[in-house]
Design a binder for this molecule. Structure first.
Ligand code: S3P
Length: 173
């Protein structure tokens, strides 16, 4: 039997679903470094996500996001990567196929509870519930296309979600 090199583990899904929180715990369990793509974009540009949206618009942000994603996925040693919710809309979404992608799903109701007023998330400055619903509908098929497997987070604690991801990783990869 041949064993292939471990691939990056990438968390995808909507804003507020818990990609960063779950990602950090998974990184500890797997002993992989953890990268939050939004934090990486902020540290490379020296600007916050809202500042990037206001100076370069959403399209400028997507270009940066795609560039940073490609750079991160190009690292030889496996990483756990938490992406921003719109990663599947960027130019480099295809690159996600090189990684093991876990789609964390939640109902709009759960997402609304978690994002609160949407502060710090430039796309959520109107009606939060309506915007999240529209974004989810627009992205659902793209998340499904990129996902190696899916874990629903509604009503589950972070340790429960982490256990479920770990167990699906053992059977799916
Ligand atoms: C976005 C999600 C955000 C951030 C940016 C755009 C989106 O990340 O990348 O505000 O388009 O869904 P989180 O999913 O970590 O909130």
């Amino acid at each position: 039997m041949t064993t292939s090199a471990p691939r990056h583990l990438v968390l995808i899904g909507m804003m507020g679903v818990g990609k960063s929180t779950v990602g950090k715990k998974l990184a500890t369990k797997l002993a992989y470094p953890f990268i939050d793509l939004d934090v990486e974009i902020e540290s490379r540009t020296g600007k916050s996500i809202p500042e990037i949206f206001s100076s370069e618009g959403e399209s400028g942000f997507r270009r940066l996001e795609a560039e940073v994603l490609l750079h991160v996925l190009d690292q030889p040693d496996p990483l756990v990567v938490a992406t921003g919710g719109g990663i599947v809309e960027g130019e480099s979404a295809n690159a996600l196929h090189t990684a093991t992608c876990v789609w964390l799903t939640a109902t709009v109701e759960t997402l609304v509870k978690r994002v609160g007023s949407g502060e710090g998330r430039p796309l959520l400055n109107g009606n939060v519930e309506e915007t999240l619903g529209q974004l989810l509908e627009r992205r659902r098929a793209k998340y499904a296309e990129a996902a190696t497997f899916t874990v629903a987070v509604d009503g589950k604690s972070v340790p429960m979600v982490v256990r479920e991801v770990m167990s699906k990783l053992e059977t799916s990869c």
